[in-house]
Design a binder for this molecule. Structure first.
Ligand SMILES: [Zn+2]
Length: 309
């Protein structure tokens, strides 16, 4: 894990060719909170040994709210340790921001295996050797198995319930996710919640790719938290797509490792690739074997159901 002795949130210096934008207000607030109160939504490093019980318990310090960040400000938000923030445009969407792909992989690849990777058990967690073998079979590395993740809070809760049921040891990164799920749930209250993730740019993912990953995962965040939109997407998938068009997307998504028997997942992914994935390295009509005009028609059908809160 990274150094544990510095609680300061830093913005990475930008490349000299790109002027630094004025510090957005939300980030300025975030930095201010961080300096004053400590960033309780940060990974605080390995769990210290239990302290002796205090003579008189101090009053608990009020916990700072999880910072709201606008999508446009996420590009500049590159925390050096895993951090939890909340999407300003849809505050039922929480973002787990990781400093690198390997840490994101340690935190979430077993969840991906349980929830949506093809050919893997849906009723128990993989052990580390099984996970490693599944990733190797896919031709990926842990870091690139997914560049970003997206889950319903309910699916994450199921992951942790299965771990507890089967006494599966969780790694430090997974335990951090469990804590963030609890924080997000406590702050957002009842109703559907999404936790999505992205890592900072690095050798395997440049800044433009990260922006595209974030946009794609935010699309899933809307799907998970706006029931009317999700119902619209499923209806378009069932009735607006022809069988051949569904097959084109199903083949593409199968190649990408998604479970092709999960219609909810396929509809959600088709929507996210059509509406929220502008980078042609991640999605283009070629990849689904359909003419651009057909893809444009399907995009229009999906778009018609999206109204942000
Ligand atoms: Zn996706």
């Amino acid at each position: 894990m990274g150094p544990a002795d510095d609680d300061t949130l830093r913005l990475k210096p930008e490349a000299p060719s790109r002027p630094r934008p004025a510090l957005p207000r939300a980030l300025a607030v975030l930095l201010g909170i961080g300096a004053v109160a400590g960033l309780t939504w940060y990974w605080t490093g390995p769990t210290p040994p239990p302290a002796p019980p205090p003579v008189a318990a101090p009053a608990p310090a009020p916990r700072a709210a999880i910072p709201l960040v606008a999508e446009a400000d996420l590009a500049a938000l590159l925390p050096e340790r895993p951090a939890l923030v909340r999407l300003a445009e849809n505050p039922r969407v929480f973002l787990l921001l990781f400093p690198d792909l390997n840490l994101q992989a340690a935190a979430l690849n077993r969840v991906a295996a349980l929830v949506e990777k093809a050919g893997l058990p849906r009723d128990r967690l993989l052990d580390p050797a099984e996970l490693e073998a599944a990733i190797a079979r896919s031709g990926d590395t842990p870091a690139t198995w997914y560049l970003g993740h997206d889950y319903r809070a309910a699916d994450l809760a199921r992951f942790f319930a299965l771990a507890e049921r089967d006494r599966v040891p969780l790694n430090e990164a997974e335990l951090w996710v469990r804590d963030q799920l609890a924080l997000a749930s406590a702050e957002a209250g009842a109703g559907p919640l999404a936790l999505i993730s992205a890592a900072a740019p690095g050798p395997q993912m440049d800044a433009a790719m990260r922006a595209s990953v974030l946009r794609h995962e935010i699309g899933h965040g809307h799907y998970f938290t706006l029931p009317g939109f999700a119902e619209h997407v499923r209806q378009v998938w069932r009735e607006g797509f022809s069988e051949a068009e569904r097959d084109g997307f199903r083949s593409f998504l199968t190649r990408e490792g998604y479970d092709p028997t999960n219609e909810d997942l396929l509809a959600n992914e088709a929507m996210a690739y059509l509406l929220f994935t502008p980078d042609p390295r991640f999605f283009s009509p070629d990849q689904v074997g359909l003419p651009p005009a057909v893809v444009e028609r399907l995009r229009g059908l999906m778009q018609a159901g999206l109204a942000l809160p």
